[in-house]
Design a protein around this ligand. Sequence first.
Ligand code: ADP
Length: 630
Amino acid sequence: MEKKTQQFKAEIAEMLDLVVNSLYSKKEIFLRELISNASDAIDRAKFLSLTDKALVADNPEWKIQIAADKGAKTLMISDNGIGMDAAELEQNLGTIASSGTKKFREMLKEKGGESLPELIGQFGVGFYAAFMVADKVTVETMKRGTDGSCKWESDMSGGYTISDGDRDFPGTSITLHLRDDQLDYLDWWRVSELVKKYSDFIAYPITFRQLDVPKDEKEEDKKSREEREAKPLNTMVALWKRAKKDVKQEEYDEFYKHLTHDWEAPFETIPFGAEGQVEFKALLFIPKKATMELFMPNQKRGLSLYVRNVFIGDDIEMLLPTWLRFVKGVVDSSDLPLNVSREMLQDDAVIQKIKSAVTAKVLSALEDIKKKDAKRYDEFFTSFGAVLKEGVHVDWENADRIKKLLKWPSARTDAGKRIFLDDYVKDMASGQKDIYYLVSEREEDARRSPQLEAARKHGCDVLLFCDPVDEYLTESLREFDGKKFVDVAKGDVSFGSDDEKKAEKDANEKAAKDLKPFLDAVKKELESHVSDVRVSTRLVDSPCCLVQQEHALPPSMVRMMRAMKQDVPDEKRILEVNPNHPLIAKVKGLEGDALKDAVTLLYDSALVAEGSPVPDGAKFAQLLAALMMK
Ligand code: ADP
């Protein structure tokens, strides 16, 4: 191959510049990133060799070696993993996952330069962390199953070159030409300390070798150096196989960061094992914050699976229900065959059992947090509540347990506070049979809604469903603790005891009779906007409001169907009038244009009250001005 020089894609050049020129305190994480890549490369080689024996014709002893040369000021990290061919080299080290840099830049702006090292890991640009300590990096690699090697080299400023390499066995070596102020990474003690700190759990031995030994090295120094260099720097014990009491939280945290590329420690660590019908060990994590990808289709998700120490994959979806897709971690089982394929996993009984056990474990961990620490639970719920809610919709088996973990704001809570269904039920008014809710896009609108008036008057609280998923949820919530969920903005609702309801009904019928000519006139006037005009049971202080018919499609459903180009006719709502309101008493006697204008104003003000736009804003303003003049 001819040596060719390439410029970095613009986004890489920009990111390298950020890496090198920002202030940061923890340059040392470059080693963690390179070891992590080496370990991934061996994982992949091991896995692919299950079905392609030719890949391991050299019968490798899997390992990661670090070699230091003080004279040349170089540190080399090499592995005998899968390696790369020229095209992969170019693809992997010349571009970044396209969405990466933009997000990276935004986060950097938000968090400041100090958090740069963490961000590097999170955005899958770990390799470039090498440039924090080196001014030139050389990568030599040979892809397993091929016999040519190639070489990538860059000093950042002048782009990079790719040419034929000299490596004669499969794997990858990365040589860092260290900056003069970073030479302590050439010392055994420093490297050893970093490996223990960040990479102790890596499953392959990581060894250190001093390349330029002084010629006059004393015999005893030589002996102790050789002893030291013969031993791996890491213990290699998979964390999930160690008893919880023997593992420090910092070790779990480092493992979590290795696994997820998150830059923060996890919110919750859940190690557990099962014996009996199926045997497996698992180490699960709940992250602190939700990432955008949680709501994107086709994003990588699931747990990492190991079968008898062989890494099978890091996104085994079948191990987790979709509504727990925020959970990260590892499952290790010896009950699965080594030659499992993804298709086999789909229907595998063992996988199904592990999935149920994992689900139950996460639910009980959440129940525990809910019981012990309300504030912490709220932190969790703010990040992942919306995903958890999906469980009610799709997982009938666990729906009851999930419902108990959900929270909503209510008409009685302060803004931003939420309550559990248990709390709602505990505080129900005497005689109240149902659980009331109101769907609205914004919490502020919901709180001001006239629909809440009668519920308030009767001492009934109303849950405010303002999360976009809530609307879908109304279909599947059905009941809780034997109580039905009832939408206060739909169909006929009435509150209070049976006697009160009867009295109200009678009063309503009478009012409907008295107001009939007025109601008919309003209906005629608003024909094109509403399906009916009737006397309301839900209003106290407001003159009127708009309600949906009992079986109307929720507005979000309508929006979705329209987005899918389905023809959904506009569904007209019902205008409800408060017969006891002085305004209605006043307006009902009007005739001609005066009635027309009053009706328009009534209808528009009902829309304004719920936060909806009015059909003709100019007209509304004009009528209002005229009214004020009077
Ligand atoms: P990430 O590891 O998060 O994908 P990096 O920038 O660290 O991001 O690496 C980019 C890609 O380069 C990796 O996904 C991998 O395909 C490849 N790569 C890096 N290091 C090695 C290695 N030691 N052996 C084989 N491939 C590697």
